[in-house]
Design a protein around this ligand. Structure first.
Ligand SMILES: C[S@@+](CC[C@H](N)C(=O)[O-])C[C@H]1O[C@@H](n2cnc3c(N)ncnc32)[C@H](O)[C@@H]1O
Length: 210
């Protein structure tokens, strides 16, 4: 939606979120690239889970592109979650959410763990949070908890459904932090955007956890 459109239907975001959010061109590109890759490899996603949901813009685009039937978001920040819930209610009211079952809850990311089970699930991990912006670039080892630890915890959950994680990285990422984070997990080939403005801002790694 154009800014004036979403503003006029009552959607609001905090200044902090305006800085942290993955904006539409980037979020749309990531969501389509990941959904296309999973489909090409024979995987249809049922649930999309963003345990660090912020504005929910990534969740929104990923649910749209994967055609998942359930969207789950957690955020530890009371005010952000309150506004995100309100914004999703507006999207529902204006017919932007198909019949997707959206569940947004305030709390630590680990609240999402019991929801992983027998359905094919894609987990979105879109830092920064914690101390991951460093003078050497974006460091995936410095989120709290580190992304590697999140992947380990996800891999320990029981369930028969396929489980994937999309880690949003930036072109200015500390390369070793990506290697260390995903080491030992199968990864899919990454698609690059032909739009130089998008390519300059986003990159990602798609891993299969089970
Ligand atoms: C970079 S933002 C996410 C941006 C989001 N992907 C978007 O497009 O708007 C990271 C979010 O994680 C939340 N957060 C930080 N630590 C958390 C934790 N332990 N559990 C859940 N949420 C957490 C922050 O409040 C923040 O809103």
């Amino acid at each position: 939606m154009a800014t004036l459109t979403w503003y006029s239907i009552g959607i609001r975001i905090f200044g902090r979120t305006a800085v942290e959010v993955t904006r539409d061109p980037q979020a749309k590109f990531l969501a389509k690239a990941v959904a296309d890759t999973l489909r090409m490899n024979g995987h249809e996603i049922q649930d999309v889970v963003d345990p660090f949901v912020g504005s929910g813009n990534m969740l929104y685009h990923f649910v749209k592109e994967t055609r998942a039937i359930r969207a789950v978001g957690f955020d530890i920040d009371h005010e952000i979650l309150k506004l995100t819930k309100r914004n999703f209610a507006k999207l529902r009211q204006f017919g932007r959410l198909r019949e997707v079952n959206v569940s947004l809850a305030e709390g630590d990311w680990s609240g999402a763990l019991p929801l992983l089970g027998d359905q094919a699930t894609l987990v979105i991990l879109a830092p920064p949070w914690g101390e991951s912006f460093t003078e050497n670039g974006h460091d995936l080892r410095k989120t709290e908890p580190p992304i590697r630890q999140i992947l380990t915890t996800l891999s320990e959950q029981t369930g028969r459904g396929r489980l994937f994680a999309m880690i949003h990285t930036m072109p200015q990422v500390v390369a070793e932090s990506v290697e260390e984070t995903v080491q030992g997990y199968p990864t899919f080939e990454t698609i690059k955007s032909n739009n130089p403005k998008v390519a300059a801002r986003v990159n990602y790694v798609l891993v299969q956890i089970r």
